[in-house]
Every structure is written in C-alpha cells, then in structure tokens.
Design a binder for this molecule. Structure first.
Ligand code: SAH
Length: 352
C-alpha cells in the first residue's frame, strides 16, 4: 500500500473507533506528523469536547503542600538527590488557608500534591482530608501523593478523598528504568492505579511527552495502557529539563506532539477530564489555550502560598510562580475566554 494511503486509512480506522494494536497506534502517531492529519483529529477532538462539556472549563486548585520526597525520579527537580532545594512543608492551617482563598475565588476542587513525604503519615493525612471535607463539603478533594499501599488509599477514601492523580509516567518497562532508580517499579505504579479504581476513586493516569529515551512505540504503549485502565482523567504535558537533574542537557518535549496526543486521547476516551497542563503553558505562552482547542477541558492553577511556589520546581521556568492565586485566576479567565470557553464554578466530576 502507498504510504499516504495507509496513513489516511489508519486515521479513518481510528475515527471509526476500531480497536487498535500497538502497531496501529505507532502508525497513527507517524501519521500525526502531517499537519493535515493533526488538524483533522483536532477538529474531531474539539467536537467531542463540546458535545460532552460544551464550552465549560473546570478549574482545580493545586496545593503543593510539600516538596520533600523520598524518591529519586531522574527527571524531577525535587527528587531526594537534589541538595539544592529549599525544602518546605505546609501545616494543616496553611493548607486550610489555601482552600479558603481558593473557595473565595470559585474553586470547588482542591488537589493536594506533593513529593512522597513520610512526615505526612496516614494519620496526619486522614486528619487533613477530614478537615478539608468538613469545612468544604461541596468541594471535591483530589490527592496526588504518589504510591501508597491499598490500605492507605482505602483510609484516605474513607476520610473523604474523591479523586487521585498518579501518572504512570511510561507504560514501558525499559523506558521506566531509564527514568527511575532501581528501587522503583512500574508494576507497582500500575497496581496502585488499579487499586485506586477498585476503591472508587476517580483516577487520573498520564505521562510526560518527550521524556528522555521516549519513542513512538513507548507512546503507543501509553495509549494502550490508557485504553486498558480507562481512567476518568489523563494528565499529559511536555517533559521539561530541570537544571539540577541528570537530564539537564536533554531536549524538552514537543508542544505540537503534546497537542496531537491530547486530541488522540479525547477521541479515545471522549468523556475524559483532560487538563491543559502548566508544563504545556511553560513551553508555549499560549500552550494552555492551544490545549483547550486540542480537546482539553481542565486547568489546574496554583493555590500554593506565593512564598513557596518557586521551591516546588519540578522543571525549569515553571510559570505562575510569582503570582498570587487571585491574579492567576483573573489571567486564566481571560485566556480561557480568548478561545471561546469559560471557567465554571463546579466540582466538575467525571461523567459516568
Ligand atoms: N509525587 C507525586 C506527584 C508528582 S509531580 C507522584 O509521584 O505522583 C506531578 C507530575 O509532574 C509527575 O507525575 C510528572 O509526570 C511531572 N513532572 C515531574 N518532573 C517533570 C519534568 N521535569 N518535566 C515535566 N513534567 C514533570
């Protein structure tokens, strides 16, 4: 078959919802290098986003409550092995004050994100979760605190946590080894995601685009894994090097490929909650707007105290580290409206 014919064919098969093998996904990703194909899939992704969500964009208030981490992921600026991080932890009072500020700005979802910090024992976390849910019963609470035992996840769920974000990072074993030290296991990370689903969390998986060593085959495996897991949320953003990691000299992930993947994921999982990520906004001044046009429908602005923001530096040049939450909120409204969408004050739960 002619190459062009094959590439048109694969796009049609994808749009028809045919079940895809790894090889098919690789072909689809190759076809995505053609701007025409990109545009076609973007239009379909936008149609689906509008069909299910209209012009609504959900906002999630991100509270980066600790930058201590016991892990040493090679790509991450706050990994244990980086001695040049000014470490901080927010107290329960500080976390609640972030929520208060956020609530006033219209946030109805709070995301507690942090490194894997043993200071926050299960008991401490349960207490924090209960406090947030008692004070803000109309808000959803999302956790993004890494790999825990099923029993811990169960306790957090019982305390009131609604959702959990745990990017799988890469679905391929060898690639996972290139990004993580020996003591970390992809199988464990995947198991955590299945445990979280069983416990009734709305679950978010995801990966970085263009992380060191990543190939089209790896991305195809990521898409297959998403198909298998069927998460309610998918977080993807370009990899961005951090100057104090072993990947300091690596290339950042590609914005166009990230946008293409957003469209592919919207088409694959039409009802998925899909953030236009801060990393995308870091790589391109209009990255988040472009993300919305490619099928995304969620934005996760920062509610962390201004004085701590620059210390939660997962990658270089992270945007919005110098602003107050209120300033970010206003700026975002304008950005979202510039692409025909509007921010809603709503929990924004997954559509069943
Ligand atoms: N400790 C939590 C939260 C991790 S931070 C956990 O393990 O889930 C959230 C996400 O930031 C990570 O899952 C990773 O995909 C992303 N991230 C980390 N370093 C990055 C980098 N250098 N560039 C882009 N994204 C990065």
């Amino acid at each position: 078959m002619e190459k062009e014919q094959y590439s048109a064919d694969i796009v049609v098969r994808f749009l028809e919802g045919e079940s895809f093998s790894k090889r098919d996904f690789v072909a689809l990703l190759e076809a995505g290098k053609n701007p025409e194909t990109c545009k076609l899939l973007q239009e379909e992704a936008l149609r689906l986003r509008k069909k299910y969500y209209g012009d609504k964009v959900y906002i999630r208030g991100l509270i980066e409550f600790t930058n201590y981490c016991k892990n040493n992921c090679y790509y991450c600026g706050i990994r244990r092995g980086n001695p040049n991080v000014k470490r901080y932890r927010l107290s329960e009072e500080e976390i609640l004050s972030c929520c208060k500020n956020g609530y006033g700005l219209g946030f109805r979802t709070f995301v507690l994100q942090g490194g894997e910090d043993p200071f926050y024992t299960d008991d401490r976390l349960v207490h924090i979760i209960r406090q947030i849910k008692e004070n803000y019963p109309d808000c959803a609470l999302t956790l993004s605190i890494g790999e825990k035992s099923k029993e811990s996840y169960r306790r957090f769920r019982e305390a009131g946590a609604d959702r959990y974000l745990l990017r799988h990072e890469t679905a391929n074993e060898e690639h996972y080894r290139m990004l993580h030290p020996e003591e970390m296991r992809l199988a464990n990370r995947k198991q955590c995601l299945f445990d979280l689903k069983k416990l009734g969390y709305q679950v978010g998986a995801g990966f970085m685009v263009g992380s060191p060593g990543q190939t089209m085959e790896h991305l195809a495996e990521d898409l297959l894994f998403l198909k298998e897991l069927e998460p309610e949320m998918v977080g993807i953003g370009p990899f961005i090097p951090h100057h104090e990691t072993q990947f300091a000299g690596e290339k950042a992930g590609d914005v166009e490929l990230t946008l293409f993947l957003l469209s592919v994921i919207r088409i694959m999982l039409p009802k998925v909650l899909l953030p236009a990520t801060t990393a995308l906004g870091t790589m391109d001044v209009r990255g988040r707007e472009k993300g919305l046009l490619a099928g995304a429908n969620v934005i996760m602005p920062n509610l962390s105290p201004k004085e701590n923001r620059k210390d939660y530096e997962l990658y270089d040049n992270k945007i919005c580290t110098g602003e107050e939450a209120a300033e970010c909120r206003q700026c975002l409204s304008r950005r979202v409206e510039s692409v025909g969408c509007h921010i809603v004050t709503d929990r924004g739960d997954a559509l069943s």
